[in-house]
Write a new protein. Structure first.
Length: 428
DNA sequence: CTCGGCATCCTAT
DNA sequence: CTAACGATAGGATGCCGAG
């Protein structure tokens, strides 16, 4: 057996657990509980309103996939391929609950679990051989227990590092366990198209194919220096290592500290006047500033982003003289950045981001700040944060409070609602 | 020259 | 017909001005 041959002090055993069509599966579980048909058996997807330009397919059933429906495509386009497809709006609160239950089961098999996304975890099973002598049997146990207790299927990939485990979990779906041990790489990984390698996206694929590198095996057998010339020094090195199955990154039980927060919104109607812009920026600043306060962080840098009708993106950022978590200060900065960079072209998207996060240890007083004004802003922030605490985080925005008193704020709120499933109006 | 800041691009869920 | 289509996050890269 391979245990005997390859057992060394450094050999690891890593599982990657991936919920099959997560959002759709989770919706299906709820619907079955309500006596409704199983979305997984019919052409169905989780997606936005097809009449809106923000409406895209977020998750699809296998029958919908057979119709040619692809994740990320506009719902309107998917409907042309698959006219009888059922479209279900997303319910992020449900997904968070399902995700927690899923991760709780996974975590019971090892103390070293990394939450990779809402529906994926890595498990470091190294050293669990006394409890689970057969890794494949252990994976089946995890998979089957999730299905029995929670009603949805997962794929599990098994190998000696995260990359290979993740590649393995992406093999045949659903409800499957696959291995991709190093000795299986030539047979199972090298024949795949380069695009299937983790972190090898569309742009790199295009360059590699142009150079005649089509499969992961082609990449693994190329000269590293050539790859670096094609797709960059660092990326070239990393993807070359990946193609050979090399990945030493640890399973991180503790998530990294957030490096920044952002909020962006695509609108159904073009943004053409600064009167439309400001309430949007305020709402977005409010969201990211509230997040900073909740995480006890302050930012030292603010940036605004926008997208024209031709999908040209522009961004503009600046450093702050002092770290802050005050909504009004970020808003003031964002307004100025926007004014400086917008030439007045119609826009379909506006967003802001804060970066350069620091611990919000102590009050840094600037000589140029007005302490009374700052105190007022803080009190307003605190009042809204208290309401958020009561009604649920992210469910209260300044725009929703302003609803009815200001036409533009109402409009901004209506537009924001359509693409943020977490945020809901405080009323009704 | 190097370094930090900035704009843009790439990739993932 | 094309590409991107969506929100959020993180990283890489190339340019530019300051020292």
């Amino acid at each position: 057996m391979r245990e005997e041959q390859t057992k060394t002090t450094t050999e690891r055993l890593i599982f990657h657990v991936d919920v099959n069509s997560a959002f759709l599966s989770w919706e299906s579980v709820r619907r079955i509980q309500e006596g409704l048909p199983d979305l997984r058996d019919i052409p169905a997807c989780i997606g936005g309103d097809p009449t809106k330009r923000t409406g895209i397919v977020v998750a699809k059933s296998i029958p919908a996939k057979k119709c040619g429906v692809q994740t990320g495509e506009p719902v309107a386009m998917a409907l042309r391929k698959c006219p009888n497809m059922v479209i279900v709006p997303s319910d992020f609160d449900l997904y968070v609950r399902c995700s927690r239950a899923f991760k709780k089961i996974c975590a019971s098999y090892t103390p070293v679990m990394e939450s990779f996304s809402i529906d994926e975890v890595f498990l470091d099973m190294t050293g669990t051989s006394l409890l689970y002598p057969d890794p494949i049997a252990a994976a089946h146990e995890i998979k089957d227990r999730i299905y029995e207790e929670l009603g949805f299927t997962v794929n599990i990939g098994i190998s000696t590092n995260k990359l290979l485990a993740k590649m393995a979990s992406d093999f045949e779906k659903p409800n499957k366990v696959h291995t991709l041990f190093p000795e299986e790489i030539p047979e199972k990984m090298w024949p795949l198209p380069v695009r299937e390698l983790l972190f090898l996206g569309k742009a790199s694929e295009k360059k590699l194919i142009k150079a005649g590198i089509r499969t992961i095996g082609d990449l693994a057998h190329a000269r590293e220096a050539d790859i670096q010339t094609l797709i960059g020094k660092k990326n070239g090195h990393q993807l070359y290592q990946y193609a050979r199955g090399i990945d030493d990154s640890p399973v991180k039980a503790q998530p990294d500290e957030a490096k920044g927060f952002s909020a962006e919104t695509t609108f159904n109607e073009d943004i053409i006047s600064i009167e439309q812009v400001n309430p949007i920026l305020l709402a977005q600043c409010d969201i990211v500033a509230a997040r900073m306060r909740r995480k006890k962080k302050k930012c030292t840098s603010v940036s605004v982003t926008f997208r024209t009708l031709e999908f040209r993106n522009r961004s503009h950022q600046t450093k702050l003289p002092n770290a802050t978590d005050v909504t009004d200060e970020i808003y003031h900065c964002a307004k100025q950045l926007f004014r400086e960079s917008w030439k007045g072209e119609p826009l379909r998207l506006i967003g802001i981001a804060v970066t350069g996060l620091t611990e919000d240890d102590f009050e840094q007083l600037s000589l140029f700040e007005d302490p009374e004004k700052k105190e007022k802003s803080r009190k307003l922030d605190a009042a809204l944060d208290a309401i958020r605490q009561k009604y649920g985080n992210d469910k209260v925005t300044r725009a929703s409070i302003l609803n009815g008193t200001q036409g533009i704020a109402r409009k901004a709120k209506a537009q924001m609602k359509n693409d943020d499933n977490i945020r809901k109006n405080i009323k009704h």
